[in-house]
Design a protein around this ligand. Structure first.
Ligand code: URA
Ligand code: SF4
Length: 190
């Protein structure tokens, strides 16, 4: 990593923890800037913290996170090989969907993190990360399993693990297949 990049990433963490740029700061216990490693070629982006994430200040630590971890482990990765974050850094009340103005307020943090981590592969899980990062407002059913190249990075779109958990028997095979595709991309970028 270039000198100064880590300092800048740590600065973003501090800014997020103190941020009041949208209404979501009011009910949060902890803001969730991200977790894992900054010195990596792989970034994974979810939607927003849920209850457990809000309590711990870490992304994907609940049930959905367990599935995600399992999927990563299946292809030889752990949480500590990648950087994991969300589009919105504070928990929406009752886990409602994030609202457009909240996403707009929060996305400069995400975009700065992407610039600084400078990953070769970004895994987008769920429609909010897809619409925010790719600017495509299509249902995930039209985009899942697809790879885009943007600014020299591979961008892979797949289901949100919470969705797969809710529809486990119907989607787990396809999810496993998506992670196999991710593994192939990782082999290319090493
Ligand atoms: N769902 C998300 O999108 N992100 C988390 O961090 C947890 C659940
Ligand atoms: Fe700030 Fe983002 Fe939290 Fe809103 S969700 S208060 S913009 S860090």
């Amino acid at each position: 990593m270039k000198k100064g990049v880590l300092t800048e990433l740590r600065k973003i963490e501090e800014e997020v923890k103190g941020c009041q740029k949208c209404r979501l700061y009011k009910e949060r216990k902890n803001a969730v800037p991200g977790n894992g490693v900054y010195d990596t070629k792989i970034m994974l982006i979810g939607e927003a913290p849920g209850r457990n994430e809000d309590l711990e200040g870490l992304p994907f630590v609940g049930q959905a996170g367990k599935l995600l971890e399992q999927m990563l482990n299946n292809i030889g990765l752990s949480r500590n090989d990648i950087f994991i974050t969300n589009v919105v850094k504070c928990r929406p009340p009752e886990n409602r969907d994030p609202i457009t103005d909240e996403i707009e307020a929060c996305k400069p943090y995400l975009f700065r993190q992407i610039e600084l981590v400078d990953p070769k592969l970004i895994i987008l899980v769920g429609k909010y990360s897809v619409s925010t990062v790719l600017g495509i407002n299509l249902k995930i059913s039209h985009l899942k399993g697809r790879v885009f190249i943007k600014e020299g990075r591979y961008i892979f779109c797949t289901y949100h693990p919470a969705f797969v958990l809710r529809n486990y028997s119907s989607y787990i095979d396809e999810y496993t297949y998506h992670f196999e595709k991710i593994k192939k991309i990782i082999e290319k970028i090493q």
